[in-house]
Write a protein that binds this ligand. Structure first.
Ligand code: UDP
Length: 458
């Protein structure tokens, strides 16, 4: 196939950022755009599956043997990534040109704003790809502008930000509310540092979900919502049955999960996952384990191998011995296949943005148990704005107790409020599908992006 445009995609090398950018890349490729993903050498080494139809080329973050884990500090990682990354991206652009595939646009993760300088050096078009919600981006924008100054003086201080519902200080991303996260916040705020020089700001969300905030942000930047970036087969049943989901750091226990789910009654299972990075306090893990067990519901719980030692003593053994097969603990699962399974009735989630969008797109009611980063804001929206779930309240130690977990699961799966939530999930699922369907808001934005790319193509 001869391509008319070539995008070089630069993700920040973590699971939750690579996934949406890869899915977006696949959509662009289906519209006849050539794609090359620039991935760090260390990320490529850690990959479990490399089954993806798009080309991947290596660049370096300066830490080829350990990535961020090898760096002395987060600040050192970001600084070295800028230096070495700029050089190796430049080399890659030159190599691709020599091979006969000149690049004409860089789509970069705004965690790596130096990519704009690389694009400018070669006269390329440039798009930032925000992997978080528009609401969260708006909060970071207001910190960037110096309008939002935290930490709060009161625990539940109310915060008004244009385009957003009133939130409390506990709903803002943890990097804003906790002074210890100054370095991470600096990176998040720096996402806006080069935006006035670029052509598009792409956001992994959809217009109908975040209308007001998208309209408000669009006055500042050339915003295009292009999500949800989940494989189209999950949104459109007419497509061939291709469940491939691309690059994963962890190995999913596919058959074990799906076989087990196949034997559970419809809508009976609580699916529990805290994503790829979040670590729970041992005490929280214990409360969660007993909360799930006491809920008396069937549960499928993803406990990454690095978290397993925090499970209560004998918990796994007792689960296996139980006469009824109430719970299954796995180290990683094919989450989209799990969420779309008819046995799953509730998703107990940390509210990472990908997980939240996946639950919205597949219509699964949520119990939100946010821990850090953007999760508190997402949880607030899930509960109060989209009314797709309930948020589990933390105690003064910041822990969610077993009784609270049990109660939240009961509300979502049994009570009248749960029925209302279920109705709302149907509505949002439909809107998510419409957005990416032909002629939908995200599809139109992608089409516009591609047509513009073609006008500046080689
Ligand atoms: N995920 C998965 N299997 C699991 C747990 C998570 O495939 O067992 C995927 C999930 O579908 C999502 C990503 O990992 O796409 C997690 O991203 P999210 O933004 O929700 O959380 P993060 O890992 O960034 O905290």
């Amino acid at each position: 196939m001869s391509h008319k445009a070539h995008c070089l995609i630069l993700p920040y090398p973590i699971q939750g950022h690579i996934n949406p950018m890869l899915q977006f890349s696949k959509r662009l490729q289906s519209k006849n755009v050539k794609i090359t993903i620039a991935a760090t050498k260390f990320f490529l080494q850690t990959m479990q599956e490399l089954s993806t139809p798009v080309s991947i080329e290596a660049i370096s973050d300066g830490y080829d043997d350990g990535g961020i884990y090898q760096a002395e500090s987060f600040a050192a990682y970001i600084t070295r990534f800028k230096e070495v990354g700029s050089d190796t991206m430049s080399q890659l652009i030159e190599t691709l040109t020599t091979r006969g595939y000149p690049v004409n646009c860089i789509v970069y993760d705004p965690f790596l704003p130096w990519a704009v300088e690389v694009a400018k050096k070669y006269g390329l078009a440039c798009a930032a790809f925000f992997t978080q919600s528009c609401a969260v981006d708006n909060i970071y924008y207001h910190v960037h502008k110096g309008v939002l100054k935290l930490p709060p003086t009161e625990v539940d201080e109310e915060i008004s930000i244009p385009g957003l519902v009133t939130i409390e200080s506990s709903d803002v991303p943890s990097f804003v509310s906790t002074p210890e996260s100054a370095r991470a916040l600096e990176m998040l705020v720096n996402q806006f540092s080069n935006l006035e020089k670029i052509d598009w700001v792409l956001i992994n969300s959809f217009y109908e979900l975040e209308k007001e905030v998208t309209d408000w942000m669009s006055k500042l930047y050339p915003i295009k919502t292009i999500g949800p970036t989940i494989p189209s087969v999950y949104l459109d049943k007419r497509l061939p049955d291709d469940k491939e989901y691309g690059l994963s750091i962890f190995k999913p226990m596919t058959n074990e999960c799906l076989n087990w789910l196949n034997h559970q009654p419809i809508s009976s299972v609580v699916y529990v996952s805290f994503g790829s990075l979040t670590k729970l306090e041992p005490e929280q893990m214990e409360e969660l384990a007993w909360g799930l067990k006491n809920s008396n519901k069937n549960f499928l719980w993803v406990v990454r191998s690095t978290e397993e030692s925090k499970l209560p003593k004998n918990f796994l053994e007792e689960l296996k011995l139980a006469s009824e097969n109430k719970g299954l603990v796995v180290s990683w699962c094919p989450q989209l296949q799990v969420l779309e399974h008819k046995s799953v009735g509730c998703f107990l989630t940390h509210c990472g943005w990908n997980s939240t969008l996946e639950a919205i797109s597949l219509g699964v009611p949520m119990v939100a148990m946010p821990q850090w980063s953007d999760q508190p804001t997402n949880a607030k929206l899930v509960e109060d704005v989209w009314e797709m779930g309930v948020k589990a309240k933390q105690d003064e130690k910041g822990l969610v107790r077993r009784e609270v977990i049990e109660e939240c699961i009961r509300i979502v799966m049994e009570e009248e409020k749960g029925k209302m939530i279920k109705e709302n999930t149907k509505k949002w699922k439909e809107l998510a599908r419409n957005a990416v369907d032909e002629g939908g808001s995200s599809d139109r934005n992608i089409e516009e992006f591609v047509s513009k790319l073609l006008t500046i193509s080689y």
